[in-house]
Design a protein around this ligand. Structure first.
Ligand SMILES: C[S@@+](CC[C@H](N)C(=O)[O-])C[C@H]1O[C@@H](n2cnc3c(N)ncnc32)[C@H](O)[C@@H]1O
Length: 303
């Protein structure tokens, strides 16, 4: 069988389970099988696929038909333009969480601009990078958010916490792969507890699925992704409330909390933030679909 036929058959087989795009998933499986990129795949479409590879491809397809997520099968997922190793036991990073990274960068660069004006007027040493050098990614999973920020903000010191040793094992592999092990400090523990010092930005994609909704999740998520990365209690906001409650002692003056939430949690999350961080300006940021996606709470400069 030539590669083009193998791709066609794989994509037909995957159409029964693929919630995304069966053609794309078929390409990802064949690229993974042969260890090649998409450009190489398209150049080799007329080549014969050896029987051993056909057999292995069928085994990969079987796994996918059993609802195993494609990212676990091929061992990787792209996030913010970088490739991350993922494996069972860690949440697969989602595209919607990229908004957290964008909002953190907005904050760093807008405050940096104000910092430079101040510096020019007062003739002080530049303070911008000092001010924004400390960031904490809480519940880091495979490390996608922390590492994306480390790659974009080479001056930043980043703490990344998780309660799951397995997640931290995978985050370590990703830190090594992206050569940021010296700047991303991985810490095991409950939310903000392991932080050794106050930070400028707390960023988190906490578990936020309501208990009642867990059984409605797709089999890919329900059967394969870790429950501890998903379950957020009765209203889904248990971890958000806990994080906001701890944030006061762990944020520097003028610091920022960014937490991902579900589309229907915006008002409730904002009202908890106003109660638990009374000296913060609270906002909600929407995703591309127009849904509330990120809770933003910015402490006033004197708090
Ligand atoms: C929704 S996942 C997010 C993973 C990663 N940040 C991402 O966006 O792909 C939530 C993560 O929080 C971790 N977690 C759950 N409860 C925690 C707690 N109490 N303290 C620290 N981390 C926790 C889970 O192990 C999981 O890795």
């Amino acid at each position: 069988m030539i590669l083009k036929e193998a791709l066609h058959q794989a994509s037909k087989t995957l159409a029964s389970v693929s919630t995304e795009d069966a053609t794309l998933e078929a390409e990802l499986l064949v690229m993974h099988l042969l260890g090649i990129d998409r450009a190489q795949l398209y150049c080799r479409l007329e080549e014969e696929l050896p029987p051993g590879d056909v057999h292995t491809l069928n085994q990969l397809l079987e796994r996918r038909l059993g609802h195993e997520p494609i990212a676990y099968i091929i061992g990787r997922r792209e996030f913010f333009g970088n490739d991350f190793y993922v494996a069972p036991g860690v949440l697969i990073p989602r595209a919607e969480s990229e908004l957290l990274v964008e909002k953190a960068l907005d904050f760093v660069f807008s405050d940096s601009a104000r910092g430079s004006e101040k510096t020019l007027l007062s003739n002080e040493k530049p303070s911008v990078l000092e001010k924004f050098e400390k960031i904490a990614d809480i519940g880091t999973g495979c490390g996608a958010i922390a590492i994306s920020l480390a790659l974009l903000l080479p001056q930043a010191r980043i703490y990344a916490t998780d309660i799951s040793p397995r997640a931290l094992e995978i985050a370590t592999i990703n830190c090594d792969r992206h050569r940021v092990r010296d700047r991303v400090h991985l810490l095991e523990g409950d939310l903000l507890d392991p932080l050794p010092e106050p930070v400028d930005i707390i960023i988190a994609n906490p578990p936020y699925i309501k208990d009642a909704d867990l059984s409605q999740l797709s089999p890919e998520i329900r059967m394969f992704e870790p429950l501890s990365a998903l379950a957020g209690g009765e209203d889904g906001l248990d971890k958000v409330r806990q994080l906001l409650g701890q944030a006061r002692g762990k944020l520097r003056p003028g610091g920022l909390v960014l937490a991902e939430i579900a589309a229907d949690q915006g008002e409730a999350a904002a009202s908890w933030a106003r109660e638990l961080l009374p000296h913060a300006r609270v906002e909600l940021a929407k995703d591309l679909g127009g849904w509330d996606r990120v809770l933003i709470a910015k402490l006033l400069d004197m708090y």
